[in-house]
Write a protein that binds this ligand. Structure first.
Ligand SMILES: [Zn+2]
Length: 309
């Protein structure tokens, strides 16, 4: 995608487990529970449980795709290998011959809405999530699971397994960055984040066992615009910022800016070529709601990218 940085939004999130949570480490261990937590080191060098950034990105993507499909907007299936289903990355592979590669602008222009935001094998997406880690090691609880006999419906002899969870109330901290966004993309992420904040999304293992409910708390929101001229009172998408330069990317011809002065009495601070704005806690809900409306306006106006299935 673009070689220059045009805009950026950074969310600081606390993810609070509202159910016991298990994000499994891959592989098999010789001792201990059959399924246990993935660990990393925190800033103090202590081993702590971790929710990998890729897990969070996957949860955002899956929920975003669900919203798009609900609005009857086709998105591709990244796990498809062959058959009728489309995966943007594979479609571009088939169009590349020898030295003739699909250009980043072409790949962006012809990608489904989900790949435009989260990326595919042909270009990196706009969305990045850091690993979510607690500030100290959390105590885990061991649980027993049983395998169900498919004939009797009862417990299958010898099919007992053990898994470890962190209890409800555990808090993981992370940061999500969205760069070079169009406003409909911020809108789709705002809708998704609101569902995370409402506690409607589950992550990790054992979702059908009642594990994995989390509630997000938006603890910080920084916006950046890059360029010589002041964004004024606006938050701008790359279409509004680039004008004709963005034409090859076939950006969405819908509302691509938001007037923030109606939402908050803040103005942009200049830091060299970078303009920054921190959205105060009291205004975050309002701005998320306005962004969601932009997404819905683009979707209902038939402006979002449609790809051939
Ligand atoms: Zn796609």
């Amino acid at each position: 995608m673009l070689k220059t940085l045009v805009n950026e939004s950074i969310w600081d999130l606390d993810l609070e487990a509202i159910d016991p949570l298990l994000v499994k480490a891959g592989g098999i261990t010789l001792s201990g529970p059959d399924a246990q937590w993935l660990e990393t080191r925190n800033r103090k060098g202590e081993a702590v449980q971790v929710i990998p950034g890729t897990t969070l990105k996957g949860a955002f993507r899956a929920h975003g795709e669900k919203i798009l499909r609900t609005l009857n907007l086709p998105v591709c299936n990244p796990f498809v290998r062959e058959g009728a289903d489309r995966f943007c990355g594979r479609a571009f592979d088939q169009r590349s011959h020898g030295d003739k590669k699909v250009s980043p602008s072409e790949a962006y222009a012809d990608s489904c809405p989900a790949c435009r935001l989260f990326g595919s094998t042909h270009f990196i997406g706009r969305f990045q999530s850091a690993d979510a880690v607690p500030d100290r090691k959390l105590l885990t609880e061991s649980r027993d699971g049983v395998g169900i006999d498919r004939i009797s419906g009862g417990a299958y002899p010898g099919a007992k397994f053990e898994y470890s969870v962190v209890p409800a109330g555990s808090v993981f901290r992370t940061r999500i960055a969205i760069q070079n966004f169009e406003m409909w993309q911020m809108g789709l992420l705002a809708l998704t984040l609101r569902d995370f904040m409402g506690g409607f999304i589950r992550i990790g293992s054992g979702k059908t066992r009642g594990l994995g409910g989390i509630k997000a708390h938006l603890t910080g929101w920084h916006l950046y615009q890059f360029g010589k001229s002041s964004p004024g009172r606006e938050m701008r998408g790359i279409g509004a910022q680039l004008g004709q330069t963005g034409k090859a990317y076939r950006l969405v011809d819908g509302p691509d800016s938001l007037n923030l002065s109606e939402a908050l009495g803040q103005s942009w601070q200049r830091e060299g070529l970078r303009w920054s704005l921190a959205i105060p806690a009291a205004d975050r809900e309002t701005v998320l709601a306005s962004l969601s409306e932009i997404f819905v306006a683009c979707a209902e106006g038939g402006k979002l990218p449609r790809v051939a299935q």
